[in-house]
Write a protein that binds this ligand. Structure first.
Ligand SMILES: NC(=O)c1ccc[n+]([C@@H]2O[C@H](COP(=O)([O-])OP(=O)(O)OC[C@H]3O[C@@H](n4cnc5c(N)ncnc54)[C@H](OP(=O)(O)O)[C@@H]3O)[C@@H](O)[C@H]2O)c1
Length: 331
């Protein structure tokens, strides 16, 4: 099969190659072999291609990633199922993610076929394109878990989303609105209209205004950028407010935003309510995401779509930290 393989760390054009004779992965008993129709680039994919922050190489592989195929979000058609899989059959259109599964150490989604645990796939709503479905998984689930579970967002909750125009931010704004929140989005002027069109009640242009200096107060702050010290961000919390740090930052280096993450975690030991999102890909969360997408309460914002053999261009776009919404790869 065709797959994009990573041969080192660095510039995507240099380290990614199209392999036309990669081995097709074999599904285990509880797995599904998916013919990939679309996948999307998430920050863990772009960071692993760049090998930055350097600390990630300790786990991924020192000179090159041990598992060469990137990608975890997927939408496609079932090609075969393991013998324990009862709820899916060949031909079904599905979407889901490899994230968090042991399969990730064996396979990726920047390929014609991938192998996903059946527990991490659901049927794709018929009205949703493969591109929209693949664009929504990691960012949609992260936003759902941040707003619904970590933030307990409900009618009237004042929510601030820093990085409202990116993959996570565009979903978080919509899901917060669907839960009844009053939403403030922070992004560039270029994306202000987009963020407003997704339902944000207020938009702050970060080039014009440092939101951490504001006198406004928020019940929930989702920080997708980590471009301010956690203490400065948490100062804006209303009493009983929740701070959700969700970024390793937009700088490179050895540790990138890890020190800020550590400081936020320490703050959580004191009087500040700090919650981190741990992505859980399961039927319950995927079905709720499917419901949000099907009802139109949330939609994928796709900036650009690349064919598989131009995956390097897709990764480069995400590495720039300024894609409006998501970058998708079609197979
Ligand atoms: N916890 C989890 O499970 C999980 C899952 C997915 C992602 N994440 C994390 O979430 C973070 C965001 O991911 P994403 O996919 O949304 O990233 P993204 O699509 O690259 O979005 C980046 C956002 O940052 C903004 N931005 C860029 N430069 C900025 C600057 N100098 N000052 C202020 N804002 C700036 C962009 O706004 P403009 O384009 O308008 O400038 C955009 O809104 C990542 O760090 C990722 O690691 C966590």
């Amino acid at each position: 099969m065709k797959a994009i393989v990573q041969r080192g760390y660095g510039a995507p054009e240099r380290v990614l190659q199209l392999d036309e004779s990669a081995a097709r992965p074999v599904p285990g008993d509880s797995d599904v072999l998916v013919r990939v129709r679309a996948t999307s680039v998430n920050t863990p994919d772009s960071a692993t291609v760049a090998g930055v922050p350097y600390i990630l190489r300790a786990q991924a592989g020192l000179r090159r990633p041990k598992q060469p195929v990137r990608g975890s979000d997927v939408a496609g058609t079932v090609a075969a199922v393991g013998r324990e899989v009862a709820d899916l059959q060949p031909g079904d259109e599905v979407f889901g993610s490899l994230w968090g599964s042991a399969n990730r150490s064996k396979t990726g989604t920047f390929a014609q076929y991938t192998v996903v645990p059946a527990s991490q796939l659901v049927k794709k709503p018929a009205g949703l394109s493969f591109e929209e479905a693949a664009a929504s998984v990691m960012t949609g689930l992260t936003s759902l878990l941040a707003m619904r579970d970590a933030g307990h967002v409900g009618p009237g909750t004042r929510v601030l989303v820093n990085g409202a125009s990116g993959g996570v931010g565009t979903m978080a704004v919509q899901i917060a609105k669907s839960l009844g929140a009053e939403v403030t989005g922070v992004c560039s002027a270029r994306n202000a209209e987009l963020v407003r069109s997704l339902g944000a009640d207020h938009v702050i242009d970060y080039a014009e205004q440092d939101f951490t200096k504001s006198e406004s107060r928020y019940d929930v702050i989702l920080d997708n950028v980590a471009n301010h010290p956690p203490k400065a961000v948490a100062r804006l919390l209303a009493p009983k407010g929740v701070f959700i740090p969700n970024s390793l930052g937009i700088t490179g280096g050895l540790l990138a935003g890890l020190p800020r993450m550590a400081r936020a975690a320490l703050m959580g030991k004191g009087s500040t309510d700090v919650k981190f999102v741990t992505l859980a890909v399961n039927h319950e969360n995927l079905n709720e995401l499917a419901r949000l997408l099907e009802s139109g309460e949330a939609k994928a914002v796709i900036e650009q779509t690349f064919p598989l053999d131009e995956a390097a261009g897709a990764i480069t776009r995400v590495l720039g930290h300024h894609a409006s919404g998501k970058v998708v790869i079609t197979v």
